[in-house]
Design a protein around this ligand. Structure first.
Ligand SMILES: C[S@@+](CC[C@H](N)C(=O)[O-])C[C@H]1O[C@@H](n2cnc3c(N)ncnc32)[C@H](O)[C@@H]1O
Length: 247
């Protein structure tokens, strides 16, 4: 099966998801505004901006919106994604500040749109590269902020990322996680799920146990989001957002 995140369809869906404002994207339909702008709310609702941060890492950055939002306050941001097509789109947003694309409207009819980088982004502060969140370069160093949004339940071996996190987050730094815990065998073999089986504890409790030796939980919040299928059909999800401080 082709990696879905490499398809033109998914690139366009994520450009729409990350960059199109509610007033434009909802087309006058009563779509819930609180579930819009997920990629920017991740940063505004999870990150503690009172601590100055020098380096940030956005793992599974897709087409880059959260990386750019991190760069508003962090001068050196690295966005990493496994998908070459997503990283190419993020890089085009960085260099051209816009991309033309289209998403399904109804049936085979498409809706054209232009994704624009929001105002106030200094694109020299962000870099993008392909990479595997489960197998990051040994010399990548430590970051003051690490964001992993809707990534954990898309990894074949999420524990490999969890084990790396204590080294990735600098002492005193913040780990920002968001996940709807949508365990699916298409992405993660059942044996590697963190919870989600009939006799397991809730996923967040298991995650918290694994992070507890190195991190202190500071904040949790529900982060709703909408995944578009076509103009009149969306999937409503709610990620559990959490902020952890590296001791
Ligand atoms: C559900 S999307 C979430 C994207 C983005 N963080 C957001 O919240 O909109 C999952 C992302 O993780 C990426 N991904 C999947 N496996 C990965 C891996 N092993 N390493 C890095 N990125 C990965 C996918 O390409 C995709 O961009």
């Amino acid at each position: 099966m082709q990696n879905p995140y490499e398809t033109d369809r998914l690139v366009a869906d994520y450009l729409f998801f990350h960059y199109i404002p509610h007033a434009e994207g909802s087309e006058g339909l009563p779509l819930p505004v609180e579930a819009w702008d997920f990629a920017s709310r991740l940063v505004s609702e999870l990150m503690d901006q009172s601590h100055p941060a020098r380096r940030a890492l956005d793992l599974g950055c897709a087409v880059g919106r959260s990386s750019f939002e991190l760069s508003r306050t962090v001068p050196d941001v690295l966005g990493i994604d496994f998908s070459r097509a997503f990283i190419d789109a993020a890089e085009t947003m960085r260099t051209h500040r816009s991309i033309d694309a289209s998403v399904p409207a109804e049936g085979q009819r498409q809706r054209a749109f232009t994704a624009h980088l929001p105002e106030g982004i200094d694109t020299t502060r962000t870099r993008f590269q392909t990479g595997d969140a489960m197998d990051l370069p040994a010399d990548i160093g430590a970051f003051d902020v690490v964001l992993a949004a809707n990534l954990v339940c898309r990894l074949p071996e999420p524990d490999r990322l969890l084990k790396r996190l204590p080294d990735l987050v600098a002492p005193g730094g913040q780990l920002l996680l968001a996940t709807p815990f949508s365990w699916l065998e298409d992405f993660t073999p059942r044996a590697n799920w963190i919870g989600g089986t009939p006799d397991s504890a809730p996923s967040f409790d298991i995650l918290a146990d694994r992070l507890a030796p190195h991190f202190t939980l500071e904040h949790t919040t529900n982060l709703p989001f909408l995944i578009r299928e076509h103009s009149r059909k969306y999937q409503y999800g709610i990620s559990l957002g959490s902020r952890w401080r590296r001791r």
